[in-house]
Design a binder for this molecule. Structure first.
Ligand code: DMJ
Length: 458
């Protein structure tokens, strides 16, 4: 039985899965020295946030000041960073973050927020924090937020509006997309498990299903949809921005809750994606942008966000595809020594040159290493880490790039750098037994949720 401690560092290895040793421990289980270097760099970034942005949503590392998403702060960086600190064993920093969260975070505010982002970063972060730390205030905040997001799901189709006012429940934004509609089941389902109130799971599942039911005759979904009428607005189909985590949550929802409906939806959806989006070009596997009705290729484009897909394929056991697609992603990274936002994979021309510290390629590399133990993936990780330090490190943290060609820096250290980029790098270099992916599901912001071990610990 797990003992409650101030911040549950000793709990962590138990919770994330050391007790139930992962399947790949016999392959290459050892921790790499780079895990400690990643931790050092995490601390460097956190120090920058503390010095210049304490209490704000995120740090602008070049102008050395904090900034918020809305008129006032939701302390998004500390919430996103907390479970990574726990994972890294940074007790003091986690205590600082925790104190700040409880001092500053409240949701009773007359602000219209983006439902998707509040869910993946804040609700996801608070739920993981609660499951790791057991301080009931994390769960109280999570439940309060969850209830304030519920009015978003009041559309005639059950698909959520994009924005909701946290105080009044007023909604807006009826042209949404599969990702912003279908990325709730992991967090809302966990909230149902922890509170016993089924409303969260039901709303999230209804929304996911509403997208799925509107798939085309060949099984694909489009980019934008009207949540009032259920009519598609943009019928371009792909695995990138605005669709990505819809796929991710079909599989992860199934793994977390063992709900066969989600498993069926995932199976049919991924089969359609593999049939119509996959594009083998000059011996490299990519996933392109096609018409959802005909499957006809519209744009041979691949984005940094699409690089989450090898990880999801690996989680589903589709290792050959996962391996091939990650190799393509790595080629994209190597074009300029760090990953551009968007390329044409047939010409290998860069269409959008920014790099906002994205984690997806690192996330997929972590999954591949976890499942194969092949050192090739740690080598990829070394390449990412070296490039991050070379191009994105500043005196006071890390920042994105405006252009991977010129390497000119932008001025933002988004909270997902702490939640995802550093966490997946750390996990990649840590003993794989630190996590047990048959017991743990990371939400799309890399906040861990646990399959079956937390109800009895409540
Ligand atoms: C994160 O906030 C989440 O991973 C989301 O699903 C999309 N991508 C960003 C980071 O790139």
């Amino acid at each position: 039985m797990i003992k409650r401690v101030s911040v549950a560092f000793s709990v962590l290895v138990l919770t994330i899965g050391l007790l139930t040793v992962s399947s790949c421990t016999d392959i290459e289980p050892k921790k790499d020295a780079l895990a400690d270097s990643v931790k050092t760099e995490f601390l460097h970034a956190w120090q920058g946030y503390k010095t210049y942005a304490w209490g704000y949503d995120y740090l602008k590392p070049l102008s050395k000041q904090g900034a918020n998403w809305y008129d006032s702060s939701f302390v998004i960086t500390p919430v996103d960073a907390f479970d990574t600190m726990v994972l890294m064993g940074l007790e003091q920093e986690a205590q600082q973050a925790k104190k700040l969260i409880f001092n500053k975070l409240s949701f009773n505010r007359n602000i219209s927020v983006k439902v998707f982002e509040m869910n993946i970063r804040l609700l996801g972060g608070l739920l993981s924090a609660y499951q790791l730390d057991r301080d009931p205030r994390f769960l109280q905040l999570a439940e309060d937020l969850g209830r304030r997001l519920l009015p978003a799901f009041s559309s005639p189709t059950g698909m959520p509006y994009r924005y909701v006012n946290l105080k009044t429940g007023e909604v807006s934004g009826n042209i949404s997309n599969p990702a912003e509609i279908g990325t709730y089941i992991v967090e809302f389902g966990t909230l149902t498990r922890l509170t016993g109130d089924s409303v969260f799971y039901k709303k999230a599942k209804k929304a996911l299903r509403a997208v799925y039911q509107r798939r085309s005759s060949i099984g694909l979904v489009g980019t934008t949809i009207n949540v009032d009428t259920g009519a598609w607005v943009d019928k371009s189909s792909h695995i990138g921005a605005m669709i990505d985590s819809y796929y991710e949550y079909l599989l992860k929802g199934f793994r977390l809750f063992k709900d066969p409906d989600l498993g069926d939806m995932w199976k049919h959806s991924v089969n359609a994606a593999n049939s119509y989006l996959a594009d083998e070009y000059q011996d490299n596997l990519w996933y392109g942008r096609v018409d959802m009705e005909t499957g006809k290729l519209q744009k041979p484009w691949f984005s940094a966000l699409d690089a989450f897909f090898p990880g999801v394929l690996a989680l589903d056991g589709q290792m050959d595809r996962a391996r091939a697609l990650l190799n393509s992603c790595f080629k994209m990274w190597q074009l300029q020594g760090i990953e551009p936002e968007l390329i044409n994979y047939r010409t290998m021309r860069i269409l959008s040159p920014g790099y906002p510290l994205r984690p997806e390629i690192i996330e997929s590399t972590y999954y591949m290493y976890y499942f194969t133990g092949n050192n090739q993936y740690r080598e990829m990780g070394r390449t990412y880490f070296k490039a991050l330090k070379k191009y994105c490190r500043t005196d006071d943290g890390y920042t994105g790039l405006k252009s991977v060609i010129t390497k000119e820096k932008s001025d933002r250290m988004g909270s997902y750098f702490f939640a995802e980029t550093m966490k997946y790098l750390y996990l990649l270099f840590s003993d794989p037994a630190m996590t047990n992916l048959s017991k743990t599901v990371f939400n799309t912001e890399a906040h861990p949720m646990f399959v079956d071990d937390y109800i009895e610990r409540r």
